[in-house]
Design a protein around this ligand. Sequence first.
Ligand SMILES: *[C@@H]1O[C@H](CO)[C@@H](O)[C@H](O)[C@H]1NC(C)=O
Ligand SMILES: *[C@@H]1O[C@H](CO)[C@@H](O)[C@H](O)[C@H]1NC(C)=O
Ligand SMILES: *[C@@H]1O[C@H](CO)[C@@H](O)[C@H](O)[C@H]1NC(C)=O
Ligand SMILES: *[C@@H]1O[C@H](CO)[C@@H](O)[C@H](O)[C@H]1NC(C)=O
Length: 858
Amino acid sequence: MAQKSIGILILIFVWVKYSQANDFPSLLVANATMGVIIDHEYLGIEYEKTFEVLKETIERVIREDLRGAGLNVKYYSWTKINFNKDFTVVFSIASCAATWEIFEHVRKERLLLLAITDPDCPRLPLHEALTIPRIKIGVELPQILVDIRTSHSVNWKTATILYDDIFDRDTISRVASSLSVESDSLAMSVSLLKLNSSTDLYERRENIKKSLSTFPTRSVGANFMVIATIPMTIIEVATELNMINTASQWLFLVSNPRKTNVTQLITYIKEGGNVAIATNNTIIDGSCSLGENCLYHELLKNFAMSLSKLVREEETIYSQISDEEWESIRLTKRERRDNMLEFIKDRLRDVQQCKPCVNWKFESAETWGLRFDNTEGGKLKAFKPILTYSAVWDPINGFVHYDNLFPHIAHGFRNRTIPIAIYHNPPWQIVSYNEAGEVKSMRGISVNILNELAVKLNFTYAVHNVERSGNRTTYSFWDDFNVTADDDMKATFGLPSDVLELLTENTVLFGAIALTVHETYEKVLNFTFPISVQAYGMMIPRPKELSRLYLFLSPFTVDTWVCLSLTMALIGPLFYVVHYLSPYHEHHHITKKGGLFKIQNCFWYMYGALLQQGGMYLPRSDSGRIIVGTWWLVVLVVITTYCGNLVAFLTFPKMEIPVNTVGQLVNQKHGFTWSIRSNTYLESYLKETEIEKYVRLNDSTETHDSVTNGTISRVRGGKHIIIDWETNLLHIMRKEFLETDKCEFTLSNEKFLDEKIGLILPTNSPYLNIFNNEIYRMLQMGFIQKWLSEYLPKKDRCSSKASSIEIENHTVNLKDMQGCFLVLVIGIIAALFVIVFECCCKRYRVLDETKLIKPFVK
Ligand SMILES: *[C@@H]1O[C@H](CO)[C@@H](O)[C@H](O)[C@H]1NC(C)=O
Ligand SMILES: *[C@@H]1O[C@H](CO)[C@@H](O)[C@H](O)[C@H]1NC(C)=O
Ligand SMILES: *[C@@H]1O[C@H](CO)[C@@H](O)[C@H](O)[C@H]1NC(C)=O
Ligand SMILES: *[C@@H]1O[C@H](CO)[C@@H](O)[C@H](O)[C@H]1NC(C)=O
């Protein structure tokens, strides 16, 4: 039963699928059907005339252009029509709202819709239908704004329209309403800002300046569309306020190019600016068409041609294959629609006969990195942006793009080659040169960052060679050419003057050079976001482990021991007194003799209890019992604490680092000397600072050029400290460990004075922000940390600050136990002394007795 019903279900499923796929008639068996909607309500008195014209046009097209195919036409004068599967195409003339309604119906059946509609109407999805607004000459701006908003010409989330008197009230309300139309494409929020358009130039400038300088780009975004009678003033002010930069996008819509000199307009664009200029290119002469009849004809003709082409193609394929194959490979309805739409759009764009007179030209300014293309005799020419043709707009085709409207936003530097400066300074930049002094290869942290920037911002780079000056002694950096990767971190605190010159003279765009952020250079260079922060530390001789002889004493501090001994000394007598005075014994007629009635027994009993030993006697009175009971509790706590601590001390031997902070160092309790590296940030900081401990640090410091074996030996000797970057110190420690296989040094706990290291750009570089954003992203992703870690010393058993004894596996050895043997020895020696004393005492007594007796003998 169940099997049967499953079988039926499968059958139904297969049938449904099969019938769906072929639910529409092939063009070979049935003529295509066109629905023509001419909305009476919308056209009003024009209806009759339009109807006549259309009918005539359609007949003419069928007669002249339709080859090998048939077309049935059905006319409707209202818009609420349910098109069934037999239709292929719908042609409509209706209002904007009605057009979108028709589209919703037609979309379900995947029919092609050719819609002619109101101006300012958001176009139907470009890949599913064709929309042609009936634009009148001179009022196309709102439609352009709508198209910018709904097409993907720009990917703006927000936009600000700056306008002046160019719009009358009527247009402004149209613009506003057209921008507030909801469509299923983009959500771009638009704000309008009216600028002063006084005829007095000075007043206009001042007012525009006031409006723009307080403009909240942070919250509203920095995407501007300028539609103004005199855009010149606006671009001038915006340039002055540095609002035309790498982060903002400006689109100037120049509706009267005869009044605005575009050549002059672009002279205001600075390097790094993103500006596009749209100019009204409408020229009314004989070459363009004003009437709609021509448009109808062209549209229908193109459709007829696409239909003929489809039929022809289907016939060719059909004649070559069997029926079953045909059913499986013939075009689906959607493919048929897309095919026809593509054909019609291509022909409208490329072989347009009824060219619309209204037509705008969009040009984009190329600015990023452009300056470095214009060299003349080795010298850079002044920056001048170039305009490239990026799009055209007309009412029929909407936007036709040749390039991005804002090429740099989409593609960064657009694969330009930009000059950079670099020099050898491992591990930040590891550069090798050939004999001629040209850069052969380079790597290192800065180079890694540079490569990542190049990928993200789409540029290639060329190293600007610095001629090595003959006078080499000036730069220590240039001298050692054969440096290996695990060399320690060298200085980032100086810059060869040749390289500095490249940047200050703006010959290069970027310095892939790690340099300490410091005010000397901050005046003449721009630093990026710090790629690394290096802290200073102190390398001190590794302290010897504390002797383990007194390990058994270490769980308690001295005052605890003293307290404990005092308690021990007092508790015995106290117990004796309480026990002795208790009336219990009298009551029970017990003689107070022996046992706990002797004070030394009480003491020994309490002492035994402390070491968790029992005793011969126990008090009988309640008062005595309470004392003993309490004592036991105390013992429990004391012993447990002691045992626990002892284990901890056994496992984690204590080491005392003599100097942990700069404060301790300068207080000189331990008599250390110290030294720092010369020509470092630290040195210059210490010279300038007024913080007392650093002043004192500076007063008695020694300086060295680099850490020599002599200095290290002094540290090993135990009375010297090296102050440097922690990473450098770790390198030294690692090297020493590999040589001697001993851990002789350690780092102090305190790190002080963070030294920030950034890459550099020329001052006022427009690209600082975009470079910073990318570097910040790299930092967040952990790239830079990873690259840095490649140049950090490997971890070894000296790098941890804890003990060198293997913690996990520590088995107790004789060293640990020596303390208890010591106690035993002391105990035995004490016992021997006491025994000697006892013997003496006895002797004395015997002597005494004989002395006493003697007279009696007499
Ligand atoms: C298709 O159209 C052609 C001419 O328009 C006509 O001759 C033919 O009868 C039509 N065929 C069908 C099946 O309607
Ligand atoms: C536009 O300005 C440029 C430079 O300022 C000038 O050379 C050119 O003649 C101007 N063109 C017009 C049409 O005024
Ligand atoms: C880089 O720029 C070129 C030129 O504009 C462009 O063709 C290419 O697609 C861009 N590459 C990337 C990854 O954006
Ligand atoms: C601990 O001891 C075991 C066995 O003696 C040894 O295999 C292991 O490597 C030791 N672990 C450490 C950290 O020394």
